[in-house]
Design a protein around this ligand. Structure first.
Ligand SMILES: NC(=O)c1ccc[n+]([C@@H]2O[C@H](COP(=O)([O-])OP(=O)(O)OC[C@H]3O[C@@H](n4cnc5c(N)ncnc54)[C@H](O)[C@@H]3O)[C@@H](O)[C@H]2O)c1
Length: 337
């Protein structure tokens, strides 16, 4: 019997490529749809690549029917919170029109299930420093979060009206790399803390800038929930296989439920690299909440999902191994020589 084919938009990117590997290992056939604007052809290892823009509903429709697609995982979009403050136009365009085009193509081809990349940014600045639950208020504080929440709402409305089924997975901080070293994080420019800290430790140059040390946290630095990318990938496979989706649309947090501050991450990177990254403290960035940590119990209950990479040091070790032997992606430091 032929494997079920899944269209993976953004499958040449960081989380998308790890999900293609997990899909392939679970017996699915991933078909990547990506414009390679921030992805790598070298990361497309488990199925064909259709090059195209995710806002192009006609091209998506053709890709779905040509490849006899039975489900879609939608990663493609713009991801930098800071840039979204300066170029909200781009974020509303790619992230919202992208979802609209995916939904339109699914309706035209009769593809019934969509797994959507959402984010902790939909919560905005939580009113407590407790674990975030899916039922907590949704109040994004930057255009990136706004565009993702709009995507969720558009999908939920389509599920109710047209009988589609969807799970929105709200990732906290994706981190680490494939444990076998085939793929890893290679953004350009890179804005995520762990790869920047690794680069600062291994390549030196100018110090890493961290944004603010006067947050209301125990050491004054922002606290985030770092979740290994392979654990995220596995959750997508489980969501695709979910028997019944409650009222057609469910949202689930994906995090470890454990926070680490920026300085704790920098220390852990120093330990993994054998050399501490040099850093300096800059002003706070607009749109940065002090603490974002998931309550992942809904994903545990609904998907039977639990993170296998359960400590920060192991997660960082996979990222360091990737940086030492990466197979694609050039040096990406915005703030080092
Ligand atoms: N990385 C994280 O920590 C994180 C956290 C929460 C949510 N997310 C979401 O997960 C998804 C994937 O994130 P990532 O870190 O793998 O990003 P990424 O940039 O590595 O991957 C995104 C992919 O989408 C492609 N793409 C972008 N715009 C496109 C367009 N208009 N048409 C076709 N392809 C396009 C890029 O080429 C890239 O390959 C994104 O939707 C992001 O918002 C990521």
């Amino acid at each position: 019997m032929a494997a079920d084919r899944i269209l993976v938009t953004g499958g040449a990117g960081y989380i998308g490529s790890h999900t293609c590997k997990a899909l392939s290992q679970a017996g699915y056939q991933p078909v990547v749809y990506d414009d390679l604007s921030n992805g790598h052809e070298g990361a497309v290892l488990w199925g064909p690549l259709v090059q195209g823009d995710v806002r192009d509903a006609e091209r998506l429709t053709k890709a779905m029917s040509d490849n006899r697609i039975v489900g879609v995982i939608h990663f493609a979009g713009l991801i930098e919170v800071g840039r979204s403050m300066h170029r909200p136009d781009l974020y509303w365009d790619h992230n919202v029109n992208g979802v609209a085009a995916v939904l339109s193509a699914m309706r035209h081809t009769g593809v019934g299930r969509l797994i959507f990349s959402s984010t902790a940014a939909v919560y905005g600045t939580p009113s407590t420093s407790g674990l975030l639950q899916e039922t907590d208020p949704l109040n994004p504080i930057n255009p990136y979060g706004d565009s993702k929440l709009a995507g969720e709402r558009m999908i939920a409305a389509h599920c109710a009206a047209f009988g589609l089924e969807s799970v929105a997975l709200r990732y906290f901080n994706a981190s680490g790399a494939d444990a076998e070293g085939q793929i890893g994080e290679a953004h350009n420019p890179e804005t995520h803390l762990i790869p920047l800290a690794i680069e600062a430790a291994l390549a030196g140059g100018r110090p890493l800038t961290v944004f603010g040390d006067d947050f209301a946290t125990s050491d004054g630095f922002c606290v985030r929930d770092y979740i290994h990318v392979a654990d995220l990938a596995r959750a997508h496979v489980l969501a695709l296989g979910l028997d019944r989706i409650d009222r057609g649309f469910e949202a689930m947090n994906l995090g470890r439920g454990v926070g680490a501050s920026v300085v704790e991450v920098i220390k852990a990177v120093g330990a993994a690299c054998g050399r501490p990254p040099v850093y300096e403290v800059g002003p706070r960035r607009a749109g940065d909440p002090p603490v974002l940590v998931a309550d992942p119990s809904r994903a545990a209950a609904r998907l039977g999902w639990r993170p296998e990479f359960d400590d920060l040091q192991t997660i960082i070790a996979t990222a360091v191994a990737w940086r030492r032997n990466r197979r694609f992606g050039a040096s990406i430091l915005p703030n080092a020589a």
